[in-house]
Design a protein. Structure first.
Length: 135
């Protein structure tokens, strides 16, 4: 493993977290289902800071993105279901109250993190399942 690939992977991890956080905190709360409905701020979006390092949601999101990176680089794509299952278990009441926000947030974070993790895996020279190595 080379230092350059590791630095690229770390940069992609941070970029993935920043982009998905911006989508989740700034983009998704502005969506609404009908034209006459005013979007309501969600509990996670009431804070004036987008990146509040004292909030537990910030660290949960970072750990979620980090786990996605580890699992993708390790080639364990099926284990990504654990993240979705754990989130559903912990946030069951919040998901029932506003399912579209949590579904969109989870899918946005998952999509961005998997995409960036695949690029990081390539930079690290990791071999993913089903990938053949050509000399």
């Amino acid at each position: 493993m080379n230092f350059c690939g590791l630095a690229i992977a770390l940069g992609l991890l941070i970029a993935s977290f920043v982009i998905s956080t911006l989508i989740i905190r700034l983009g998704i709360p502005r969506l609404h289902t009908s034209e006459d409905e005013t979007p309501k701020p969600l509990p996670e979006s009431v804070s004036t800071k987008v990146f509040d390092m004292r909030a537990t949601g910030f660290w949960i999101g970072f750990c979620e993105t980090f786990l996605i990176f580890l699992l993708v680089i390790a080639g364990e794509f099926s284990a990504l279901a654990i993240i979705i299952g754990a989130k559903e278990f912990v946030r069951n009441k919040a998901i029932i109250d506003n399912p579209s926000y949590y579904l969109l947030g989870t899918l946005a974070n998952l999509a961005v993190a998997v995409l960036f993790a695949l690029v990081a895996a390539h930079a690290l020279g990791a071999t993913l399942p089903g990938q053949t190595i050509t000399p």
